[in-house]
Design a protein around this ligand. Structure first.
Ligand SMILES: Nc1ncnc2c1ncn2[C@@H]1O[C@H](COP(=O)(O)OP(=O)(O)OP(=O)(O)O)[C@@H](O)[C@H]1O
Ligand SMILES: [Mg+2]
Length: 247
């Protein structure tokens, strides 16, 4: 399988404090790399580095090209999207406005575009909104509602939809099912799996059931280093997940 994202000997931290040490892994198209580990292990820090918002040493390659140390906006333009753990919606904007903001860049066009390119741009945006509502039908019923009127689960769906409808190459997801009701998790999992079919997904996940449902490979972080790796199923069968993730 062709690796979409390759991380080699990555170290990073905050100021003088080193958090990640010599992290190496790769993810191919259609693969879900589950990054697992206890609180404070460095999982979110790893995603921040991959999104280009923290300095690092080591090498990060995207489709074979070296993107190490690129700033966030270049990484994002190269097709890497981040779904943060916390709620990232704007309370006063509607669901449709959130989707249009996400789609604007990937659909091209600008306020000064010609009439023809504006029409193409509009078609692309309509397609993106259709894709979002196919992924999460409830969002289709809420297109005109402000985000502040959505439930927590619906906000999660909106955050995921924003990232997923732009046809990213790499998706970095931070605990998408954390604090979400089981009935919503049941809706999120197939949507995440559908997107992972097209992209390479780095999924930070605490929940062993979600990792088993979605993950290809698992990488266990402890104090910023990968201490175990293998297929999620194999690590589960060997009792490694339970042992390493127990509080
Ligand atoms: N902005 C920051 N400045 C300094 N240290 C930080 C900062 N953010 C995180 N850290 C430290 O980096 C380490 C890793 O934190 P990180 O948030 O990456 O952990 P995590 O694995 O995502 O944990 P959790 O499961 O609780 O989300 C912790 O020791 C944390 O205190
Ligand atoms: Mg975290």
């Amino acid at each position: 399988m062709t690796a979409i994202l390759t991380v080699d000997g990555l170290s990073a931290g905050y100021g003088q404090t080193t958090v990640l040490r010599d992290v190496t892994f790769s993810v191919g198209r259609g693969e879900v790399a589950c990054v697992m580990g206890r609180n404070g292990a460095g999982k979110t820090t790893l995603l921040k580095v991959l999104m280009g918002v923290l300095p690092m040493t080591g090498t990060v390659r995207l489709l074979g090209g070296d993107v190490s140390g690129w700033p966030g906006h270049r990484i994002n333009r190269a097709g890497v999207v981040w779904v943060p753990q916390e709620d990232a919606v704007f309370p006063g904007l509607t669901v449709r406005e959130h989707l249009v903001i996400a789609l604007n860049r990937s659909c091209g066009g600008s306020p000064t575009s010609s009439g023809l390119s504006r029409r193409r741009n509009g078609g692309c945006i309509d397609e993106g909104i259709e894709a979002a509502t196919a992924l999460f039908p409830v969002l289709g019923e809420r297109l005109g509602q402000e985000a502040q009127t959505l439930s927590g689960g619906e906000r999660k769906m909106l955050g995921l939809a924003q990232a997923l409808i732009v046809k990213p190459k790499v998706v970095l997801m931070d605990e998408p099912t954390e604090g979400v009701a089981p009935v919503v998790v049941e809706q999120l999992i197939p949507a995440i799996a559908a997107v992972a079919g097209e992209a390479a997904l780095v999924l930070v996940e605490h929940n062993i059931d979600t990792a088993l449902a979605l993950g290809s490979q698992a990488y266990i972080l402890e104090q910023g280093s990968i201490v175990e790796s293998g297929s999620v199923g194999e690590l589960y069968d060997r009792g490694v997940l339970e042992q390493r993730l127990a509080l």
